[in-house]
Write a protein that binds this ligand. Sequence first.
Ligand code: BTN
Length: 240
Amino acid sequence: MIYHFQELSSTNDQATQPSYHEGDVIWAERQSAGRGQRGHSWESEEGKNLTFSVLLEPTFLAPQDQFMLLRVIALSMVDTLLRFGIEARIKWTNDIYVGDKKIVGILMEHKLQGSELSRAIAGIGINVNQQEFSPKLPNPTSMALLKGKEFDREQVLQVFLESLMTRYDMLRQNQPERLIADYNSLLYRLNEWHTYALPDGELFEGRILGVEQQGALRIERKDGSECQFLFKEVEFVLNN
Ligand code: BTN
């Protein structure tokens, strides 16, 4: 069921309420405290975009496999954009890019109950019809900017939910291989040499080889060695 609000603090916070269940969508036209990754805020022009959360109850999934959910969401988003003629890639871990610009942000939050993944909240911000962005944002784009026309946001949301059901079923039916392979093949900067930064500021040249089952990014260095990085252990250096 889709719950459409005029204003919420954050749809991810609203989705923690126990009255929501598997497949419910909480959509807000305006978030007074929209959250992004790494403690950032998420800005979105009121009435122009999609800012929503989908609640999943993936009790069938082992907690150590929770990166599979991110794969499901990211792939559903790429599938959706393709239906509207936009070819997107996945910037590890969970940004959706078109060229070198960000079109979608995803914030995953999980709740463990005992050893069970009882709830997962996928918070998604899609830049749909916004055409002007704050200069503070490094590299935003939107569906409208890319295609030169506005889109019906409800239709975009419906296509996303259809794509999500297909991808989530692959996971439920224990077919992770296809999700892993598709996620890898759609990685932003896959197999290309670029500069990466370590948390201490050191820069190095590397080439993305893929992502491990549980989410570590595999990068080859120029000397032929391979490193694996977890979330926040490596940064992409963008040439804006
Ligand atoms: C990011 O790229 O930093 C993630 C952005 C996630 C934004 C969405 S908008 C809907 C949901 N509610 C939030 O507060 N954040 C997510």
